[in-house]
Design a protein. Sequence first.
Length: 570
Amino acid sequence: MRGRIRAREYLRAAGVAAAALVVLLVCAGPSRGQGEPKHGHAAWDSVSRGQFLVFPFENHGAGERLDWLGEGLEELVIRSLAVSAQRVYSREERVAELERYGLPATAKLSRASMLRLAEELDADYIVFGEFSLKGKELAVEGRILRVSPPALLPAVRESGAPEALVEIENRMVWKLLRAADPSFPRTLAEFMRLQKPLRVEAFEHYIRGLYAGESDLRVRELREAARLDPNWPDAAFALGQSLVQRRDCAAALPLLERIPQGHASHEQAIFYTGVCRLWMDQADLAEQSFLSLQALLKKGAEEGGDVPELLGNLGVARARGAKSAAAREDFKQAAEMDPGDDDYPFNLGLLALRGEDYAGATAEFREALKREPEDDDARALLVLALERGGAKEEAEKERAAAAGPLPVIVAGSLARLERIKTELDTSALQTAVDSAEDPAPAAAAAGSASAGGHVRAGRQQLAAGRLAEAESEFRAALAVNAGDAPAHRFLGEVKLRQGRRDEAAAEFLASLELRDSAVVRTMLARIYVDGGKPELARQQLEKALKLAPNYAEAKQLLHRLDAAKTGAVR
């Protein structure tokens, strides 16, 4: 697509060795075209149990008019893998990971950088490729790259008329899966029958809308996609989501209601419906939406199944509906599940303040400030709670500690100051959905005798808030492979959520010994900040930014350290 950039600085720690290895793999010989590759399949026989990460396909001479097709083929491949029961990351998850490093959705990555991103997401296989147009023939070429140890399958090439795009892509994906695993259980005809029909002209508008940089253009393209194919839930959801982001709930709600149960975006549609109901001051309807989503996530699960954003918004709905005790429990659980988010203790503080529990409000606003020291609203409310509780001198100290003038809290405004989550962590949501749909031990479901399988199962448990089960899976992964970096990383996250910061730091350090990561270094830096070790935190953040110069979280935390140091000098 227009404006695509090459992300040269992305994760330099992918290293010369990884890049050289990929070059060797790429140059290992000519493509075998449509034929199945002649190589041993023993190393690839678990492909059906692996996790796929798909990248946009490159435009090789098809002209700018078809630039949209690069992201379009990514979306089609994800769709084909998902309906054939393969585990695959969504486009949103790939984009979110890029955004963590300050890179746009259309960043053009080297294969070494693709490997690095796949490692961060704990993916097993990468799918990438290219397309070209000669005359009236569209050619699409795809490849599968195994992440660890790196190995590249020969390319699979399919061609045909542009209007047969979906059929071309389906044949290519089937042949890729068969090449990776000759025992892949479905024939081409069976595989094709799984794929739902799709109008190419509607799909083009849909992709153009997803990647539009300007809100009006995005809505216009998605509206046209929904008009051309009114029975296509993907277009309806994307348009509804865009309208929610513009707070046009009257137009969004009918679209969100069209997303059927079982669709990949059904749970998100319910969440956005609840958000709209909160904005429309319909607390009872918002509560119904969030409770229905909670029930869906918990279906078949003995416990857990929640995500913090859901619990936080459910708490807001209940607080507005005069159900303070239930709201308090929702906020507390959300705060425990996401110990780095200041919104949940902030909402707890508001609840206590409205209930004239000034000591409780003071404690919660202090917790919010511990999580986000530059939260001026939390500091202003802390001052208010101290003043109302009779601690005038302490209130003045807090006011003096502020970097500037604090926001003015207007009498009677406390009723609508709660913080509403407008976005859902889709990766956490999907693992919660998977867990609810399959309450059997996640490791067995994932075929996880391998360390990677245990890590995936553990991440599923972690996303659902089941810390003991998650810890068990990560320890099982380390029993299989003590050198598994993701297992150490996510075990560290478990320890962090349990409040065992020293143990979390030890696991993060163990992970970094095995694989460098800007994300892990930033999490470790947060532990050092909370532990009063700013110089150790600074060292980790500087290393993180050498790996990923645009990583927003690391830059923000380093800025906070610099501001604190400047204030101390003054």
